[in-house]
Design a protein around this ligand. Structure first.
Ligand SMILES: [Zn+2]
Ligand SMILES: [Zn+2]
Length: 274
């Protein structure tokens, strides 16, 4: 499965694919700052207590350079998107940010949940800023994957940034099959219980599954207690395409028609995409 063949089969995803490609191109022109890898022993106690890496004062990951990359991405993108609602919003956002002191720090704090900063198009900023921040954090996420004992986490929120998952993935074959949750913000994947619902934390056999015709590899798992659902990629090797969230927005429409609730975190909820 290639992105091209996927888009041929799902032509309605084209606007999102164009946006994603444009952001990727702009991102390729943004210089990447080095992220300091934390001293894992400093962070161990917080990890065992369930504190994600980025909010941990002991891990002390500095997100300011990632905020600088996010600002640079926005400024690169602004002249490239020339017409339409998205262009207007990107420009308004760039203008609003120019009025802020310490923009990179403000962006980093905003991603960590600081509500004192109210940019004009928060959804768009979250999407763009996480794209840049995830690129900045990539070496940290990789090192964290190598250090983390998955059996000691098994929590419903991302061990790196604390977000709820965007999607899930089933890897391997029974009896050793594992369920991973996938963060749509920072890109971390972590292990979770096979039958537990990450939204209401009901751990029973009450997870039902909807197979999607013609979509081998993707299905919708939903919880009969809270009605939350999680799009799930069954397989390995196509993570970049199938765990991108936007590449399976049609599954969200199917779930919506079935009156299931999207409780998963999404970066694709901003206005011009609706
Ligand atoms: Zn995350
Ligand atoms: Zn549930």
């Amino acid at each position: 499965m290639t992105p091209d063949s996927w888009l041929e089969a799902h032509a309605y995803l084209r606007p999102l694919a164009d946006l994603s490609a444009r952001v990727d191109r702009a991102m390729a022109g943004v210089g990447v700052f080095d992220a300091r890898i934390p001293d894992w022993e400093d962070y161990r106690a917080d990890f065992l207590a369930g504190v994600p890496l980025l909010p941990s004062a002991d891990a002390a990951v500095d997100l300011e350079p990632g905020g600088r990359m996010a600002e640079a991405l926005l400024l690169r993108l602004a002249p490239e998107v020339s017409s339409g609602k998205l262009a207007e919003e990107i420009r308004a956002l760039a203008t609003a940010l120019q009025r802020e002191p310490q923009v990179p720090r403000r962006i980093a704090d905003f991603l960590m949940g600081d509500e004192t900063f109210a940019p004009p198009f928060p959804g768009l900023l979250r999407y763009l800023a996480w794209t840049a921040m995830a690129r900045f954090l990539r070496p940290v996420v990789t090192a964290f994957d190598g250090w983390r004992d998955e059996e000691r986490w098994l929590r419903r929120y991302c061990p790196t940034c604390g977000s709820l998952p965007a999607m899930a993935q089933l890897v391997g074959a029974d009896p050793g099959r594992k369920r991973l949750l996938s963060c749509g913000c920072c890109g971390t994947r972590w292990q979770y219980k096979r039958t537990g619902c990450p939204f209401c934390e009901t751990d029973s056999q009450r997870l039902a599954s909807v197979a999607i015709e013609g979509e081998s590899g993707l299905r919708i798992d939903h919880c009969e207690s809270c009605g939350g659902y999680l799009k799930t990629y069954v397989g390995q090797g196509n993570e970049t395409l199938l765990l991108s969230d936007w590449t399976s927005l049609h599954l969200d429409l199917i779930a919506h028609d079935r009156r299931l609730n999207r409780l998963a975190t999404s970066l694709y909820e901003f206005e011009p995409l609706r």
